[in-house]
Design a protein around this ligand. Structure first.
Ligand code: C5P
Length: 220
């Protein structure tokens, strides 16, 4: 059968990764989390101790860095210069730096190349910010998930509590809002709904209901 590509975009906390995982399982395809790639490079820059203003320093690191993805038992692992950093890239400071490095066009070009490479030979559900608009403009299916900032922050807050992290709702809300602004406001491949993407507000829906909506649009 022909390889299919599903682009799933939206802001943080919109439910993308939950839905992408479920959908990939259902379709028997690979799930590629593209945010993990920006997070992986961000970890490298963070470790280097560079300032955000040191653009040439960051570009030099980009040149010397190998970001790779591997799939182990269907689970995506992130490799930074060969080191498995999958567990390290969810820290809040990495999250904040990910959004910053993602605003640098050279960083995006390098990681988009990797994303397109992975998507070539397999059926894929890819989640991110610019998949429908830039990475896979010809994807057969495109969805843009959204929810109010309050709902999204509450989801992140509940996830953090479940992981045993001590954070306040307002901290999470502020960090999410800052990331939304940075991701939507950048010049190169910003967070935006593709014209041919189907918009789904997940605020009042369960993951199962979002899945049903998506499968209905895909005629499956
Ligand atoms: O999806 P996730 O929250 O893991 O993404 C982390 C950051 O990576 C986002 O805030 C965004 O700045 C960046 N990103 C991006 N384009 C993508 C995926 C993620 O710019 N396709």
């Amino acid at each position: 059968a022909e390889n299919i590509a599903v682009a799933l975009d939206g802001p943080g906390g919109s439910g993308k990764s939950t839905i992408a995982k479920m959908l990939a399982k259902r379709l028997g395809s690979i799930y590629l989390d593209t945010g993990a790639m920006y997070r992986t490079f961000a970890l490298k820059v963070l470790r280097s101790g560079l300032n955000k203003s040191d653009r040439s320093g960051i570009l030099k690191i980009l040149d010397e860095t190998k970001v790779d993805v591997a799939f182990e038992n269907g689970e995506q692992r992130m490799l930074l210069d060969g080191e498995d950093v999958t567990g390290l890239i969810r820290e809040p400071d990495v999250t904040e730096w990910a959004s910053f490095v993602a605003s640098i066009p050279e960083v995006r070009l390098k990681l988009v190349e990797l994303q397109r490479e992975v998507s070539k030979r397999v059926s894929i559900v890819m989640d991110g910010r610019d998949i429908g608009t830039y990475v896979l403009p010809h994807a057969q299916y495109k969805f843009f998930l959204t929810a109010s900032p309050e709902v999204r922050a509450k989801r992140r807050y509940d996830e953090s509590l479940a992981k045993g992290m001590t954070v306040s709702y307002s901290e999470i809300y502020e960090a999410l809002a800052a990331r939304d602004a940075q991701d939507s406001g950048r010049d190169f491949a910003p967070l935006r709904q593709a014209e041919d993407a189907i918009l789904i507000d997940t605020g009042m829906l369960t993951p199962g209901e979002v899945m049903e909506t998506i499968l209905r649009h895909m005629n499956r």
